[in-house]
Design a protein around this ligand. Structure first.
Ligand code: ACO
Length: 342
């Protein structure tokens, strides 16, 4: 039986043209890497990883399974749920920090794999915050009447840019992909209510991959220095993650004319359970209002919130009429938040 939509708070400010999430999908590679497996690779323990991060397992893509392959699998699942054909898709936005290659855009590979021949395609680079940056771009294209149907993808093969000899980082990350299809449907009342995106380049060196670009191309001489892998100053990232996600949450809520009490489910960036607990504590809402799957998948960067959205959707956690807050944080620094009416 379809649940009745809840009555909206009178203050809610909806954008002019409705933008609905009409389908979601996700894909996780088969191979499971446990904390015990990692303790055979580096000097770590299940106890250390669990207490500091809440992560128990993560998925690792096969050698010949690329970011675009995972993205295409998730895309097909979302299209089926949305009842949207490949030809209907006007734009594919793919957020990633681990593209198949520098160019062409990984979104172009996905286009071919799903047969979306009418779509324009581009990648969005905003690290872990990329999926919600892409949602904001999609919303702008739809509310401006430029496009009707935009596929937003977060997909990562972080295992390919992880230094598997560095215990500070290799225990944190995983692979996977998540997709949301955003569309204007004249009959729909639910959808994206507000978004907020922000950046601070002053902190560009606390979470970055210094090698592989034009500044430090990987050469035979420097290949052994792991420059083409994720570098992170954990404590600095932790502090910035908490403050910027709190601030971003408040901005999207204010823009929507809502308060945190109106939110039925918070879907945060899945980096670390301690970060999520700190945010719940400061927002003064119980932890069970948050959707959490970082224990199973680790941090999948731009894919994390997209995978969580799909799991929350398919598990029935999101009810018609619910207000959902998604909030993310990533290298750049970048942060973003979105309020959705489900
Ligand atoms: N196993 C065992 N010991 C470890 C490990 C490990 N995997 N990693 C680090 N340690 C050791 C360190 O070497 C250090 O030892 P020392 O005291 O002898 O020098 C000790 O543990 C403490 O290290 P800290 O870095 O101080 O540990 P901290 O409590 O800060 O936890 C963590 C590290 C989990 C990374 C934390 O800083 C954190 O959560 N940061 C947020 C960053 C994050 O989540 N990043 C994900 C990417 S960011 C994003 O997605 C946006």
């Amino acid at each position: 039986m379809k649940s009745q939509p809840r009555s909206s708070p009178p203050s809610v400010k909806r954008p002019g043209r409705s933008v609905s999430i009409v389908g979601t999908g996700s894909y996780l590679p088969e191979r499971v890497l446990t904390n015990e497996d990692l303790s055979a690779l580096v000097d770590t323990t299940d106890e250390w990883i669990t207490t500091r991060t809440g992560i128990k397992t993560r998925r690792i893509a096969a050698k010949d399974e690329h970011t675009s392959d995972m993205a295409a699998r998730a895309a097909l699942a979302a299209m089926e749920q949305a009842n949207v054909t490949a030809e209907e898709i006007d734009l594919i936005l793919l957020a990633t920090a681990s593209p198949d290659m520098v160019f062409p855009a990984t979104a172009c590979f996905v286009q071919t794999k799903i047969g979306a021949k009418n779509a324009a395609c581009l990648d969005v680079s905003a690290a872990c915050a990329g999926f919600l940056f892409a949602v904001e771009i999609a919303q702008q294209f739809i509310t401006s009447h430029t496009y009707n149907t935009v596929m937003v993808i977060g997909a990562e093969k972080l295992s390919s840019i992880t230094n598997w000899t560095d215990r500070n980082t290799c225990v944190l990350f995983g692979d996977g992909a998540g997709v949301a299809i955003l569309q204007h449907r004249s009959t729909a009342t639910h959808g994206v209510i507000s978004t907020h995106i922000g950046s601070n380049g002053d902190y560009n060196d606390i979470l970055w991959m210094p090698g592989g670009g034009c500044r430090t191309p990987i050469t035979a001489e420097n290949a052994h220095q792991h420059l083409q892998t994720i570098h992170m100053s954990g404590k600095d990232v932790y502090k910035q993650a908490v403050t910027s996600m709190l601030d971003a949450s408040k901005k999207a809520l204010d823009k929507a004319g809502l308060t945190i009490e109106d939110i039925a489910c918070v879907i945060p960036h899945q980096a670390n359970v301690r970060i999520i607990e700190a945010i719940a504590d400061r927002l003064k809402i119980p932890l069970d209002r948050f959707f959490i799957n970082v224990d199973r998948y680790g941090n999948t960067s731009a894919a994390a919130v997209a995978i969580a959205l799909d799991e929350a959707n398919r598990s029935g956690r999101l009810k018609q009429g619910d207000f959902i807050l998604m909030v993310v944080f990533g290298g750049g620094l970048t942060w973003a938040s979105t309020v959705i009416e489900w």
